[in-house]
Design a protein around this ligand. Structure first.
Ligand code: NAD
Ligand code: UGA
Length: 463
């Protein structure tokens, strides 16, 4: 099937960048990204392309090049479904907060709503592509809904999980390590797979496009995230041992990373991984394993999350104990709130949990993040429901200037590895702080020795 019209349901961190790149690389295809969230769509359509709702290096240029030509953002979901031959589902799949599987299983209500909407609207055959990260065997449920509630048209379900990382989304999409496409093994399934392969082949080398059965593709996505998160928890576990033994985790990471069987990437010790997916996807994997009665498998992966929680907790506890076991009323500057650099995304950021723990001790938190605004900081804290909104607002401020954020602070906690933090005038910051002046570098980005020479009491992770 030759594809001339694509619809993507969900204009978020995945749908927006992914479709912008497809539109850019396939000028012969009309790509329409739809979302129920009218405000988000309005921002994707903002005359000033710098105001698009997802901050990613290079993204605004790609959007500007195709928007209005063959890339469209709209709230008219039915219309876009109707005219497309291929529909990507890229909606959120958060952890369930109610009922069976609460706190573990993926909440598939948004996915099911999409399937029911497609079934209601479609009057021609469609290829439906799972772009969202989904539990293995979700395609079966989608097919059942589409076939049983549809208008008698034919559906093919493909799994095409997305492996982009935030902050590098555009480069990941332009030059992916691999593109994974899972589909049916019969002739119709293979034809659908080929239609999607043909789209990616416009810019991805053929040998990097892998095709598998649907279940392998669905499970590979959860597995990839579990392995990546496991590496971070593994090095973070070693970081604590380094602190007790005089070893330095950066040196250990370098030494093991040069073993080509281990590899050097994803071995940066930190205050803990965040982001919308690692925790959610591992919990989902754990839930799936449990649902098949595989308790040992579930326990094994659950430990990755437990270690991550421990890392965040011990970072906060260390701040309290180092500041003489009382931080009540003390100003603590947070440099960074996003879950990693080069993104405005704060979902599950370690900063939220560390701030919450320090606020329990009545600290005053002053946040500076180059891309995160105060309403987001408050909303992240309010979401935890540890205290009421007024109490959160009284304990946390956001300051648009890093020097002002650190002024008269007792301590600085570096929560995100933004490059600009390395370029600050640290002597000036030191001079304006209360003494002794502490830095807790949750990302090991500053030069420990240089900070100590200035006079800081500097503590990194794992040394
Ligand atoms: P997101 O929350 O940023 O975006 C999802 C969008 O879907 C929202 O704007 C929401 O309004 C919209 N939506 C929900 N239900 C809808 C419906 N019925 N009709 C129309 N729009 C609807 O989420 P995201 O970060 O883009 O993640 C989407 C999926 O991709 C998730 O399954 C996630 O696990 C996966 N994923 C995310 C990343 C990432 O880096 N964020 C990377 C790979 C995979
Ligand atoms: C991750 C995966 O890297 C993507 O392949 C995947 O598509 C995506 O999840 C997803 O499914 O959502 P992302 O969460 O955007 O991407 O960012 P990562 O670079 O993986 O970082 C995740 C967290 O781990 C961040 O908080 C980061 O600071 C932390 N991290 C990462 C470390 O603490 N140390 C490291 O060495 C690497």
């Amino acid at each position: 099937m030759k594809i001339s019209h694509i619809c993507c349901i969900g204009a978020g961190y995945v749908g927006g960048p992914t479709m912008a790149v497809i539109a850019n690389k396939c000028p012969h295809i009309k790509v329409t990204v739809v979302d129920l969230n009218a405000e988000r769509i309005a921002r994707w359509n903002d005359d000033n392309v710098e105001n698009i709702p997802v901050y990613e290096p290079g993204l605004s240029t790609i959007v500007a090049a195709s928007r209005g030509k063959n890339l469209f953002f709209s709230t008219e979901v039915d219309k876009a479904i109707d005219e497309a031959q291929m529909i990507f589902i890229s909606v959120n799949t958060p952890t369930k907060t109610y009922g069976t599987g609460k706190g573990m299983a993926a909440d598939l209500k948004y996915i099911e709503l999409c399937a029911r909407q497609i079934a209601r609207v479609a009057t021609t055959d469609k290829i439906v592509v799972e772009k969202s990260t989904l539990p293995v065997r979700t395609a079966e449920a989608l097919k059942s809904i589409l076939d049983n509630t549809g208008n008698g048209v034919q559906y093919q379900i493909l799994s095409n999980p997305e492996f982009l990382a935030e902050g590098t989304a555009v480069e990941d999409l332009l030059a992916p390590d691999r593109v994974l496409i899972g589909g049916g093994t019969d002739e119709a399934g293979q034809k659908a797979i080929q239609a999607l392969v043909d789209i990616y082949a416009n810019w991805v080398p053929k040998e990097r496009i892998l095709t598998t059965n649907v279940w392998s593709s669905e499970l590979s996505k959860l597995t990839a995230n579990a392995f990546l998160a496991q590496r971070v928890s593994s090095i973070n576990a070693i970081s604590e041992l380094c602190e007790k033994t005089g070893a330095n985790v950066n040196e250990v990471a370098r030494a093991i990373g040069m073993d080509s069987r281990i590899g050097s990437k994803f071995l940066k010790a930190s205050v803990g991984f965040g982001g919308s997916c690692f925790q959610k996807d591992i919990l989902n994997l754990v839930y799936i394993a449990k649902s098949y009665g595989l308790q040992e498998v579930a326990d094994y992966w659950e430990q990755v999350i437990q270690l991550n929680d421990h890392q965040k907790n011990r970072f906060a506890r260390n701040i309290v104990s180092t500041l003489y076991n009382t931080i009540s009323g003390k100003k603590i500057a947070f440099l960074g709130w996003a879950f990693k650099k080069d993104t405005n995304d704060t979902r599950e950021s370690a900063a939220i949990y560390v701030a919450d723990a320090l606020m329990q001790e009545q600290a005053q938190i002053a946040v500076y993040d180059p891309k995160v605004e105060h309403p987001q900081v408050l909303s992240d804290l309010n979401y935890l429901e540890t205290r009421d909104a007024a109490s959160n607002a009284a304990l946390v401020t956001s300051i648009g200037d890093p020097y002002a954020a650190c002024h008269e602070a007792h301590a600085i906690a570096i929560m995100t590895e933004w490059d600009e933090f390395k370029t600050y005038d640290w002597q000036k910051i030191y001079d304006s702080m209360l003494k002794p002046a502490f830095i807790f570098d949750g990302r090991n980005i500053l030069d420990a020795e240089a900070m100590r020479v200035i006079g800081f009491h500097y503590q990194g992770i794992g040394s």
